[in-house]
Design a binder for this molecule. Structure first.
Ligand code: SF4
Ligand code: SF4
Length: 487
C-alpha cells in the first residue's frame, strides 16, 4: 500500500486537508408566505396537467386517435389538440425549442433564475417529495433531532412509509410519461394486466428510478453540481435583472433583537436583521442569502417569506430580503432610491425574437398544406424505348392526404410537350394526362406512374416536366417538377 506524504496528494492541500467534504444534509424548514403560496399553486397546476393531460380527449374524426396530446411513433405523428405534425414538419419542434430557449433568456433578463425557483421539474418534484417527508417525519427540528437518535421500530416504520410514498409518486411520474406515447386508457388497462409492451415498463422503470433518486435523495445537488443552467444563466444575466437579495444597508450591523434594541437605545447603528437564521433554515439549498449572490441560490423566494414573517413579528417593514437588482443594492448602499429598467435592449431583442418565432410558426400552421406530393424518377432504366417508337419513363409517386377525411386527388401532367401522357398501374385515366386517385384520410399512398412521349416527338436528353396534384374537394394543389429522360 502506498502512503502519500502530507501535501503530495492532488486531493488535499499542503497541510494534508482534503479538498473534498461530504455533502451536508439539509433540513429545509416549512414556511408560509406569498412566494410559498405561489409555489404550491404552480406545483398543483403543473403536476395536475402532467398527470392528467393524457386522459383528455380530442375528436379528430373517424379512424384518427382521439387523445389530445399524443406522440404516435408507429404512425409517425405528433398530435397536440387541433395540431397534427408529420415527420417532414419536424421544424415545428425546432421552433418550439428555440421558443423555449428565448423564453428562458427573457425570464432570466427580467427575474434571474425564476425558472429554477418555481418551474423546473427538479424544483417541483423535490418540493412534493419534501412535503411527503415533512408530513411523515416532521419538520426541520424534529428530523434533525431524530437523525441523531438511535434507530427505533417507529422510525423504521416512518422511513418505510416515506420511501414507499416516494416510490409511488416516482412510479406514477414514469407511468404518466408513457401515456403520452399510446392511447392512455388502453395502456393503463394493459399495464394493469401486465400486457403492455416491454418498452413501456422499461421507461416507467427508468423514470421511477431517476425521479426517486433526484427528487428524494439528490435534491439541491442536482441544481448545484449537475445542472448547466446556473453557469449559463450567470453569463447571461445583467445588473438590471431581479434577484433575491439581502439589503445590507438596512440589515447591518446585525444581531439579536435584544442587542439591537440596546444599541439603538445607546444611539448606535442597529440593523433590522435580528440574526434569527430563519432565512437559512427555510433555504432548500442550505445557503445564507446574507452572504450575497451565490450559484447555489435557485431564487425560490422562500427566504423572503421567512424574513417577511420575522419583520412582521418585530414590527419592521417587510423587504429586508427581497427581489431586487444589483444596481439597486449599490444605490441603497449609497442612500439612493431604487430604480428599475425592465425595458432595455436585451428584453426588447428577446421579445422581438419570440414574437417573430411565434408569428412564423402560426403563419406556417395556418397556411399548412394538407396535400403533399413527392416524385422519384426510376434510376434503372432511366427510359425504355418501346416497339411502337414511343419512349417511356417510370416514376414512384408519393401522395399525402393530411386532412381528416378521405379525398379524391387529381394527378395530372403539366408543362410537358404536346402528346405526352401518363398512366398509373391499376387506375383508369380521366384523360391521357390526368388520373383520379382516391386516398383515405391521414395517410401516405405510393404508386407507380409511367409517362410516355409519342413516336417522333422532338426530345432532349433530359427535359423538365411537372406533376400536379389537386384535392378535388378543396382545390388545394401542389406541383412538383422532374425530368423526362430520352436517348
Ligand atoms: S437563498 Fe433564498 S431564494 Fe435562494 S435558494 Fe435559498 S431560500 Fe431560495
Ligand atoms: S430571516 Fe431576516 S432577520 Fe432573520 S436572519 Fe434572515 S435576514 Fe436576518
Amino acid at each position: 500500500m502506498t502512503v502519500e506524504a502530507p501535501g503530495t496528494s492532488p486531493d488535499s492541500n499542503p497541510n494534508g486537508e482534503s479538498y473534498f467534504a461530504k455533502a451536508k444534509k439539509i433540513y429545509p424548514q416549512s414556511i408560509k408566505g406569498r412566494f410559498r403560496n405561489f409555489k404550491w399553486a404552480f406545483m398543483v397546476v403543473s403536476l395536475g396537467v402532467y398527470y392528467f393531460l393524457p386522459f383528455v380527449r380530442w375528436d379528430r374524426g373517424v379512424g384518427a386517435p382521439d387523445q389530445a396530446v399524443l406522440v404516435d411513433f408507429p404512425a409517425r405523428r405528433f398530435y397536440f389538440f387541433f395540431i397534427e405534425i408529420w415527420p417532414q414538419e419536424v421544424y415545428y419542434l425546432t421552433g418550439l425549442l428555440i421558443l423555449a430557449a428565448l423564453t428562458l433568456f427573457l425570464m432570466n433578463a427580467l427575474a434571474g433564475r425564476v425558472w429554477c425557483g418555481y418551474m423546473c421539474f427538479q424544483t417541483v418534484w423535490t418540493d412534493l417529495f419534501m412535503l411527503v417527508e415533512r408530513w411523515i417525519e416532521g419538520d426541520r427540528r424534529v428530523r434533525m433531532k431524530t437523525d441523531q437518535e438511535p434507530m427505533t421500530g417507529k422510525r423504521v416504520g416512518k422511513m418505510l412509509l416515506k420511501h414507499t410514498l416516494w416510490l409511488m409518486i416516482a412510479w406514477w411520474t414514469g407511468g404518466a410519461w408513457v401515456l403520452y406515447f399510446a392511447d392512455a386508457p388502453t395502456l393503463v388497462k394493459e399495464l394493469a394486466f401486465g400486457e403492455a409492451p416491454f418498452v413501456a415498463y422499461l421507461w416507467i422503470g427508468i423514470l421511477t428510478a431517476t425521479t426517486y433518486v433526484m427528487a428524494g435523495h439528490m435534491r439541491e445537488q442536482v441544481c448545484v453540481y449537475m445542472c448547466p443552467w446556473p453557469r449559463i444563466q450567470a453569463a447571461l444575466t445583467d445588473e438590471w435583472a431581479l434577484n433575491v437579495t439581502y439589503r445590507k444597508d438596512r440589515g447591518e450591523p446585525r444581531g439579536s433583537l435584544k442587542k439591537m434594541k440596546a444599541r439603538a437605545a445607546e444611539g448606535l447603528d442597529a440593523g433590522d436583521c435580528v440574526d434569527c437564521g430563519q432565512c437559512v433554515a427555510v433555504c432548500p439549498t442550505g445557503i445564507d442569502i446574507r452572504d450575497g449572490a451565490q450559484l447555489e441560490c435557485i431564487q425560490c423566494g422562500l427566504c423572503i417569506d421567512a424574513c417577511d414573517n420575522v419583520m412582521d413579528k418585530i414590527g419592521k417593514p417587510r423587504g429586508l430580503v427581497d427581489y431586487d437588482t444589483d444596481i439597486n443594492i449599490q444605490r441603497h448602499l449609497e442612500g439612493k432610491e431604487s430604480i428599475y429598467r425592465f425595458v432595455r435592449a436585451r428584453t426588447i431583442i428577446y421579445v422581438g425574437l419570440i414574437t417573430l418565432v411565434v408569428g412564423l410558426m402560426a403563419y406556417t400552421l395556418v397556411n399548412r398544406q394538407l396535400v403533399d406530393l413527392n416524385v422519384l424518377h426510376d434510376r434503372n432504366p432511366l427510359y425504355v424505348a418501346l416497339s411502337d417508337g414511343s419512349i417511356r419513363n417510370g416514376f414512384t409517386i408519393r401522395l399525402i392526404n393530411k386532412s381528416t377525411t378521405a379525398r379524391d386527388f387529381e394527378l395530372s401532367l403539366v408543362g410537358a410537350p404536346e402528346g405526352f401522357s401518363l398512366k398509373a398501374v391499376g387506375i383508369e385515366n380521366d384523360s391521357p394526362r390526368m388520373i383520379t386517385i382516391p386516398i383515405d384520410q391521414d395517410i401516405t399512398k405510393e404508386l407507380r406512374i409511367q409517362v410516355f412521349a409519342p413516336k417522333g416527338a422532338k426530345l432532349d436528353k433530359s427535359q423538365q416536366i411537372g406533376f400536379n396534384v389537386k384535392d378535388s374537394e378543396t382545390g388545394e394543389a401542389q406541383t412538383v417538377t422532374d425530368y423526362f429522360k430520352a436517348p
